[in-house]
Design a protein around this ligand. Structure first.
Ligand SMILES: NC(=O)c1ccc[n+]([C@@H]2O[C@H](COP(=O)([O-])OP(=O)(O)OC[C@H]3O[C@@H](n4cnc5c(N)ncnc54)[C@H](OP(=O)(O)O)[C@@H]3O)[C@@H](O)[C@H]2O)c1
Length: 216
């Protein structure tokens, strides 16, 4: 069994989810409130290690009225246990699980274990199917996936994403080095993930949220 997974992201009209150095302010304040309402409804919130290193997000519910118990479990996918020990996901405001591979150094894993839970899945790279199955067994029945684009691709490739919700912020960023919604190796047209449009919402003057279900 695996948790239900909603991939939520904010992207510009030209498909970028970040500038070369950060993903801040792609969408407006109405979207931030929407995302924090979503966080409150999910058991877990998952990101890739690069997002932790680059954005240093708290991954808690703090833009709406909430208490500590409303925070989902923060899950970081980090094969080599390189989550910085001073990162905000390890600040104690919520339970945190770092998913590493068995190839991660014992020393790095030991230091992480002093600050959070560590789950070992996969040999040199995190095995996402195994990770989701173990997280389900730990009581995490729903996950809000919040990027970045490399993890998004792998999660689609493993057919683990059930629903997609994307806020299109009224901006153009451009830049061949700026991350898009889904990067990785990419799919051929025959392999591509097909989406069914469920909802279109205009959440403020210029931002639109599109919601889709996936089929594989
Ligand atoms: N606008 C938005 O909504 C939004 C949201 C989140 C992030 N972002 C932006 O996205 C950018 C980061 O994205 P990113 O693509 O560089 O990195 P990412 O997806 O955050 O993290 C990718 C890393 O996760 C680790 N990983 C472990 N197992 C994996 C697996 N099975 N599949 C995929 N990854 C696995 C890999 O590092 P190891 O091999 O070391 O484990 C991989 O390089 C940042 O610029 C951030 O600002 C934007």
């Amino acid at each position: 069994m695996k948790p239900y997974v909603l991939l939520n992201s904010a992207m510009t009209v030209d498909g970028k989810i970040a500038t070369r150095d950060s993903s801040m302010k792609i969408s407006g304040s109405a979207d931030l409130v929407r995302v924090h309402r979503l966080r409150k409804q999910y058991d877990g919130i998952m990101v890739g290690i690069n997002t932790v290193v680059i954005d240093n997000p708290k991954l808690t519910v703090h833009k709406i009225d909430a208490c500590k118990e409303d925070n989902p479990v923060r899950i970081v996918v980090d094969s080599n246990a390189r989550t910085p020990l001073d990162s905000l996901v390890l600040n104690g405001d919520a339970r945190t699980v770092v998913v590493v591979s068995s190839g991660a150094s014992e020393d790095a894993v030991g230091k992480l274990r002093e600050k959070c839970e560590v789950l070992v899945c996969g040999e040199n790279h995190v095995n996402l199917k195994e990770a989701l199955s173990k997280l389900y067994d730990m009581g995490i029945k729903s996950i809000l996936l919040e990027g970045g684009s490399t993890l998004n691709f792998s999660m689609f490739k493993e057919q683990l994403i059930d629903e997609v919700s994307i806020c299109i912020g009224s901006k153009i960023l451009g830049g061949t080095k700026s991350k898009t919604f889904v990067d990785g190796k990419g799919f051929s047209i025959n392999e591509c993930v097909k989406l069914e449009l469920k909802k279109i919402e205009k959440i403020d003057e210029n931002d639109v949220v599109l919601t889709y279900t996936t089929s594989y």
